[in-house]
Design a protein around this ligand. Structure first.
Ligand SMILES: Cc1cc2nc3c(=O)[nH]c(=O)nc-3n(C[C@H](O)[C@H](O)[C@H](O)COP(=O)(O)OP(=O)(O)OC[C@H]3O[C@@H](n4cnc5c(N)ncnc54)[C@H](O)[C@@H]3O)c2cc1C
Length: 395
């Protein structure tokens, strides 16, 4: 019985970050258990499900069964409704995360990790201030479980970090209030993602239409926490958009959730504990994408855990420094830059966005790309150049 054993690692949360950690740690011969509070891995899906091919390939060969749409084009709609469309150099996908997350957990299970669903972690165990296990409820029965290392992969609402004394508070402006409806009965172009950039539809954020085949899509938006407090809910913004653009839509699923478009936490380890994925705030602050970056942090954390535990060392903060270092090198530096770009972009007014769209629409479609878009933005909003210069000089 899983409750009567002690493990090398307890992973709290069976999302992409937790499963990626568990897969690599179990493959290396560590005894690993994933505790997931929900009944099913991958459910409910609180995600637009967009990933890049290159990002996915860092970890796995993309499987047909995960992919609902293959993306090669993008359409940006300005506040004045000017539409800018072009092909993407980087291929991407809209996944079916119910299947994707399930498979990731299955890979970890096949590598030897134990997975327990309906296991809710509500506290940590300590030995001399170092984390040495978790406590929780399984089918409403309390349990305690010991391990050499606990990994908090418990998502955006993570409490594991806080239980260990890590400061996980986030500024209101860095927390997007996200809502998404998966709708059918509509016509969408299945190889194209659409973004509506306008304070009218999503103040301090953006609205997305991600196709899931020809007649279905994830349509959602994120609004900055600062605006979310000003009366109109994210849900109302989305319903009004659906009424205007997709009046025939039938809503199959509605999900709400926070997207932490913040810097990674200063502290992502404590004695006996690591944080990965949304729990460590690894989401790309510009796009709000956190699947690949979460998996990345899971892999990097696993590499450190393997190195520490397989050599008989204790999982102290100082023995786990290489995780912080690796994340800063691979994900963290670009993450900091992206955060600053987000800060600069959020200063754009609708009039700036209109000017940029009106300028880029004059460029022949075959010559449009994301770099051209960015350079056009700089020309039309010179103050962005100052922000970008600051970004590179670190002022
Ligand atoms: C509306 C919306 C749209 C998004 N769209 C995209 C997108 O298009 N592309 C993209 O890349 N990212 C997107 N994201 C972000 C992405 O969903 C997350 O970054 C990603 O899921 C993070 O993975 P994770 O493993 O860290 O956490 P999660 O996937 O959230 O997994 C955490 C797991 O921990 C479990 N858990 C939590 N607390 C406990 C507990 N106490 N005990 C046991 N288990 C627990 C949860 O049930 C969950 O299964 C979106 C997010 C939102 C809200």
């Amino acid at each position: 019985m899983w409750k009567n054993k002690s493990y090398d690692v307890i992973v709290v949360g069976g999302g992409p970050a937790g499963s990626t950690f568990a897969l690599h740690a179990a493959k290396a011969g560590l005894s690993v258990i994933i505790l997931e509070k929900d009944r099913d891995i991958g459910m409910p899906v609180r995600c637009g499900e967009a990933v890049s091919d290159a990002g996915l390939r860092i970890f796995h060969e993309p499987q047909d069964r995960w992919i609902r749409s293959s993306i090669d084009r993008i359409k940006l709609v300005a506040p004045n409704k000017t539409e800018v469309e072009f092909g993407l150099k980087e291929h991407g996908y809209i996944l079916d995360r119910r299947i994707f997350d399930y498979d990731l957990a299955q890979f970890a299970g096949n590598a030897g990790a134990k997975i327990v669903t309906k296991a809710y972690v509500n506290g940590l165990l300590f030995d001399n201030d170092a984390v040495n296990g978790v406590k929780g409820l399984y089918l409403n029965e309390p349990f305690e479980l010991k391990a050499k290392l606990v990994v908090g992969a418990d998502g955006v609402e993570s409490r594991v970090g806080r239980f260990a004394g890590i400061s996980t508070s986030i500024k209101l402006k860095d927390m997007e209030s996200g809502i998404q409806k998966t709708v059918s009965g509509i016509n969408v172009q299945s190889d194209r993602i659409d973004f509506y950039l306008s304070s009218f539809w999503s103040p301090g954020g953006y609205l997305w239409v991600f196709p899931k085949g020809d007649h279905m899509a994830n349509i959602g938006l994120g609004i900055s926490g600062t605006y979310a407090r000003q009366g109109k809910s994210a849900c109302r913004f989305l319903d009004e958009f659906l009424d205007e653009y997709y009046p025939t839509a039938s809503v199959l699923t509605t999900v709400v959730g926070g997207v932490p478009v913040a810097k990674t936490l200063k502290q992502i380890t404590a004695d006996g504990l690591m944080l990965v994925g949304d729990a460590a705030r690894t989401v790309n602050p510009v796009t709000g994408g956190g699947i690949v970056s979460g998996m990345r942090s899971g892999l990097l954390a696993a590499e450190t855990a393997i190195e520490v535990l397989k050599t008989g060392k204790i999982a102290t903060v100082s023995n786990m420094k290489s995780y912080n270092k690796a994340w800063t090198k691979i994900g963290g530096k670009s993450h900091e830059r992206l955060y600053r770009i987000k800060e600069a972009i959020y200063k754009f007014q609708d009039s700036d966005l209109n000017r940029i769209a009106d300028a880029i629409i004059k460029i022949p479609e075959k010559d449009r790309n994301l770099f051209k878009l960015f350079s056009t933005a700089v020309v039309n909003k010179p103050s962005l150049l100052i922000d970008v210069a600051r970004l590179f000089t670190g002022i």
